[in-house]
Design a protein around this ligand. Sequence first.
Ligand code: PHE
Length: 337
Amino acid sequence: MINDIKNLRSEIENSLHSVKDAIELEQFRLKHLVQKGTLRALTDRLREVPKEEKPHVGKQLNELRQFVEAEYHKLREVYETAKEERNALDLTLPGRTLPKGSLHPIRQTIDRMTDIFIRMGFEVAEGPDIEDDYHNFEALNFAPDHPARDMQDTFFIEHKDKVLLRTHTSPVQVRLMKSMKPPIRAVMPGRVYRNESITARALAEFHQMEGLYINKNVSFAELKGTVIAFAQQMYGHDINYRFRASYFPFTEPSAEMDITCFLCKGKGCRVCKYSGWLEVVGCGMVHPNVLTECGIDPEEYSGYAFGFGIERVAMLLHGIDDARMLYENDVRMLRQL
Ligand code: PHE
């Protein structure tokens, strides 16, 4: 009897090893664990065992039954959860959509602006953010004591070597004129830096897009026509604009173009400092001193230059009344643009 129990145990152990799925597990149960199963048959034979051996044999039988039931339940758990998991998979459910990122409003604005200028025949060029005094000021006809050269306006990296963060994109003009022969027609977007306190209108780090056209007989009328055509393509043909005389050391004559304030529609508000107008571009005819410094003969060639504040263009485009909002990276705001 003890031997039969041992044999049945090893038979069961073997068949447990070969159970591979819920169906085989059920077959195992039907063979061993039901009323007419092998275990019950063996238990029935306990009657034939002599009385004094009964406790021992009974104990062995019990152990075997406990072992088999425990193993059976373990396997059932495995196959049941597998089945549940399979049922939990609803292939008709729509997939999870991952949120899609988008370009930053400044990048979008730069792309829209360059697209317009490319269609007008401009190329795109870039220059370094870390400049020297020569390209940022000297070659652009800034007098040695010009206030913009002051530490208060300019971030210097090495003051004695005059290495600085460019305060405008105009040094790229110098680099282009020195490296190319006219005709030159390019826009130059980029980041610029000024030691200013940060307000709704001014940031210490912002973007400009420079424009330069050098050829024979370039006129101020062409400059006006170009910036007006740009503004109309950017904001629509019904915009109001005006030119004001201005001053830049590197252009003569110089002007600034204003567009009706988007917020108050010209009535006057905080954003436009109660003037009804917003300045979007500084411009002028390239100063003869600058042409000469860059190796271009001012008797033969003339040209115009302009510089847009890109944040200002983006603010006008989207009706944003605080430049700082462009850099807070609040997704609630970015999602709208
Ligand atoms: N560099 C000037 C500025 O930062 C803008 C400008 C560019 C003016 C080109 C005239 C010509 O304000």
